[in-house]
Write a protein that binds this ligand. Structure first.
Ligand code: HEC
Length: 167
């Protein structure tokens, strides 16, 4: 074959080679991008799902923000029984840290958590001690007991005093 023709041929083959590669590359890249995008969408969807499930379980409304409805009673108690008021405040801090998530700001409970409304300090202490001692109380004992087990005697007492004031 004529060398010029061969050169020509090889140039054409090179070009088609490159063109072919480009053709192959683009869908590959697209597929990878689409894959990355669908992973991202999946992660976002799962995140939203978890978020709304937690909201659903805990009812989500204003239960987790805002001042405790017991504050006026604590202020009143400060003038009559400062020591008890101090304990109530300590109980309030602990309640907001742990218990509020499930039992709500006002203690009225959520879809799957019981209301603490109307409980006396002694009543709360008694229940918390049952959970601390490892008794099976209700069908959802496993959900509640670990939190109770973290509490000291003093914290149990403070929480009782505080929850009584929530009513
Ligand atoms: C993860 C959610 C969750 C958290 C956090 C939580 N609780 Fe509970 N609590 C529950 C559930 C669920 C029950 C019902 C358990 C059962 O079936 O025995 C319960 C039950 C109780 C009861 C007994 C109510 C009754 O039926 O008389 C008291 C009192 C109580 N919780 C107080 C607290 C206090 C105080 C805290 C914070 C230290 C707290 N809980 C934290 C979910 C929670």
């Amino acid at each position: 074959m004529h060398p010029a023709f061969l050169r020509e041929l090889s140039t054409i083959m090179d070009m088609s080679g490159t063109a072919g590669c480009e053709k192959m590359k683009t869908p590959g890249n697209m597929r990878r991008r689409l894959q990355a995008l669908s992973w991202l969408l999946l992660v976002v969807a799962v995140g939203l799902g978890v978020h709304f499930t937690i909201q659903f379980i805990t009812k989500g409304d204003s239960a987790h923000s805002g001042e405790s409805p017991a504050v006026p009673k604590i202020l009143e108690l400060e003038t009559t029984n400062p020591e008890r008021a101090r304990k109530a405040r300590a109980g309030m801090h602990r309640y907001d840290e742990i218990c509020r998530l499930c039992h709500h700001r006002d203690g009225h409970g959520g879809r799957f958590t019981p209301s603490l409304a109307g409980k006396t300090a002694i009543g709360v202490e008694t229940m918390l001690n049952l959970y601390r001692d490892g008794h099976k109380v209700g069908p959802m004992t496993e959900l509640m007991a670990p939190w109770a087990k973290e509490l000291s005697d003093e914290e149990v007492q403070n929480l009782g005093i505080y929850i009584e004031l929530l009513n």
